[in-house]
Ligand binder design. Structure first.
Ligand code: EPU
Length: 419
């Protein structure tokens, strides 16, 4: 298994390009199941989770043609089965996103139940209740969700909890259902909005994008189009935090700063100077003192849980005390133990981490546990004294495109080595 070796202490300086958003690309790939004609997706990030989704669609018989410039064409005309096996679902929970489209277009699906994961139990009950409300017959047995329908019907659905992939699954199912579906307490994440924009381009009739109430009027069929995935706001935020922690100065291009207002305002509060244009953002931290900040995660437009670990690392080396509250997932503090092994001073109380900044972290051998936790360890390694070795980096490769190349371009001393 490969690992990353980081020599800390270099401020990050320079410019890099932000990749397409993983969490928008995953549902949009699944939307390929809904179209009668090939769907072409551009600005796809080159990530393990994308490869896994393409493998899953390929295993169902779909034809995927990978083109130049981060492009793939998905043709569902060759589909031969409606099965998402445990082997694939266990490596990527987002595989559940094929359930809604398969039911809506083909009337049947058998999808492995995702298990718990490193950040909490993460059930899919809300996805299943919504599909049942639309008339699907659902049975869970032998670790699989077996669902069928003679035709989904529009329904009024109120989500018990704001769920991103739950909203996406139901939304996709509703596009081909008979009649009108409303989804209340829907997720407002930019990735949900990107999926809606793609579905609208394909001919779906959806209103309310970006609000907590979506109205979907089913249509008979959806067509093939070409769609560009929006930039990754979490990747953007992660590199901004890296620049702030290292006392650097970076410019990120091909991004959408308006999608990370909460993150940018916390970075300003932490002492950074953040400037932005329509599709770029710049962070300057040279000569400034990094100050600890309080954060509390929540569904969009709240502070993203996917940036919590990175801000925990930032607080670990900032002046003062930062209180980090994780309100979305029940167990998303796996990075805390590892940061403490580097000398961080953190007290965990339930879903709250109280972080007292220290002058120095020291490099150590570390274990990556989940995607964003791993990113926070990379950030800590960039400022630590000496060498940090991060094991199990397949977690990072699920969500950060060529992370070591991008960091090297900004002047970091980082390399990937085989075990
Ligand atoms: N929940 C339920 N029942 C459900 C669905 C969700 O109780 O049926 C709970 C979850 O356990 C959690 C909360 O609702 O406590 C919110 O979870 P959500 O369903 O929104 O998470 P998700 O859709 O599984 C997506 C992202 C995550 C991101 C969360 C929150 C994708 C593919 N994944 O997950 O991204 O953290 O939304 O914003 O979009 C990541 O990229 O590292 C990542 C984990």
């Amino acid at each position: 298994m490969e690992k990353l070796i980081i020599q800390g202490g270099n401020p990050l300086v320079g410019e890099i390009r932000v990749s397409g958003a993983k969490n928008a690309a995953l549902p949009i790939l699944a939307a390929g199941l809904l179209a009668d004609e090939p769907l072409t997706i551009r600005n796809l990030p080159h990530l393990q989770d994308i490869t896994t989704t393409m493998e899953l669609l390929g295993s169902m018989g779909l034809t995927l043609t990978v083109g130049k410039r981060l492009q793939v064409e998905i043709d569902s005309g060759t589909i031969s089965n409606f099965f998402a096996p445990y082997e694939l679902v266990k490596t990527m929970r987002a595989s559940i996103l094929v359930l809604g489209p398969l039911l809506a277009r083909f009337g049947q699906a058998e999808v492995s139940l995702p298990g718990g994961c490193a950040i909490g139990s993460r059930p899919v009950d809300i996805h299943l209740h919504g599909l049942a409300a639309m008339g699907a017959e659902i049975e869970v047995s032998g670790g699989y969700i077996k669902a069928k329908t003679t035709g989904l019907k529009g329904a009024d659905i109120i989500l018990d909890k704001v769920t991103v992939t739950g909203t996406e699954n139901l939304l996709m199912a509703a596009t081909l259902a008979d009649g009108v579906t409303t989804i209340k307490n829907a997720a407002r994440e930019p990735e949900v909005v990107d999926l809606i924009c793609c579905l609208q381009k394909m001919g779906a009739n959806i209103s309310g994008a970006g609000t907590d109430t979506l109205r979907i009027e089913g249509v008979k069929s959806l067509m093939g189009v070409t769609y560009d995935i929006l930039p990754d706001r979490i990747e953007t935020g992660t590199y901004l935090v890296a620049a702030a922690m290292t006392g650097g100065h970076v410019r990120l291009k091909d991004t959408r700063p308006e999608l990370l207002e909460g993150v940018m305002s916390k970075l300003t509060e932490a002492g950074a100077t953040v400037t932005r244009g329509l599709d770029w953002v710049e962070l300057q931290m040279k000569g400034q003192t990094l100050k600890a900040v309080d954060i509390n995660t929540g569904p969009y437009p709240g502070f993203p849980t996917d940036m919590q670990a990175q801000f925990t690392a930032l607080n670990a080396v900032a002046e003062g005390v930062g209180v980090v509250v994780e309100s979305v997932f029940e167990n998303r503090f796996m990075h805390v133990q590892e940061l403490m092994r580097m000398g961080a001073s953190i007290r965990l109380e339930g879903n709250t981490a109280i972080v007292t900044g220290v002058k120095n972290l020291t490099g150590a051998p570390l274990m990556a546990t989940d995607l964003r936790a791993s990113a926070s360890l990379v950030l800590a390694g960039l400022v630590a004294t000496g060498e940090t070795v991060i094991n199990r980096i397949y977690h990072i490769d699920r969500g950060y495109e060529t992370i070591e190349e991008k960091l090297m371009n900004l002047g970091a001393k980082i390399k990937r080595v085989p075990r």
